[in-house]
Write a protein that binds this ligand. Sequence first.
Ligand code: NAP
Length: 257
Amino acid sequence: MQNLDGKSVVITGASRGIGEATARHMAELGAKVVLAARSGDDIERIAEDITQAGGTAMAKTCDVSDYAQVEGLASHTTATFGRLDVLINNAGLIDPIARLDESDPAAWSTIVDVNLKGVYYGYRAALPIMLAQGEGTIINISSGAATGALEGWSHYCATKAGVLSLTKCGHKEYGDKGLRIMGLSPGTVATEMQVQIKASGVNPVSQLDPDVHIPPEWVAKGLAFLCGSGGDAYLGADFSLKTDEGRKLVGLPLIDN
Ligand code: NAP
């Protein structure tokens, strides 16, 4: 199991789903976690739970589509914990799902603001801090949609493709400066996002039996794995939990099991 003792870890989108599971898991591994999301009450409650269980956690309300708030998240983290060792760019949206001809331009644009610009804002706020430290890890939550096309998901596919590009660009610029930047593509995960996808009835993902989705705790384990040297083989790329290779490395059940 990866040891994150004393590491300062910021997780965006930590009010539920993958982000919440990651905050809880990384705190158990010894990290000082910063939970960020718009739902202040939820992140406060989760941070309190973690603290009650003996971990170290702080909640910071943050809308990742607002650069000033993301910069505030990074500076609050260093003011409190002295460092920013790991940034998990996890916050993301898929709703509203709509074919291009019926899509709402303002809603489409909001997905770009959160899924793509939110990741850039995370980079922009964290990179100067990590460069000054001479080390740091950034993991962007990717998706099979980064390289595929799915009906009704143009906003999601286009933004996740952009995030994969940011993973590659980040590694190209900072891979030789002590920074570790990579993505994680989880496959389908049992979270609120899959509830929204099912309700849409659009494209084959909405037809999946919910039993095939992996639990968010598995993604948390994958992210913790990437924080260690085992993740070095995936710098500048997406590590996938949809392959037996990835599952085996993290110690998760294999696809056929
Ligand atoms: P989820 O349960 O819907 O959680 C999404 C999280 O993002 C929430 O904590 C939400 O918090 C946060 N968020 C949304 N907009 C935000 C904003 N403007 N600023 C800050 N936080 C914001 O979904 P999830 O499945 O855990 O998704 C997490 C990540 O995994 C996303 O990037 C998603 O694209 C990716 N992913 C999911 C799946 C899947 O099958 N579930 C598959 C591949 C990739 P607030 O509403 O409180 O702000």
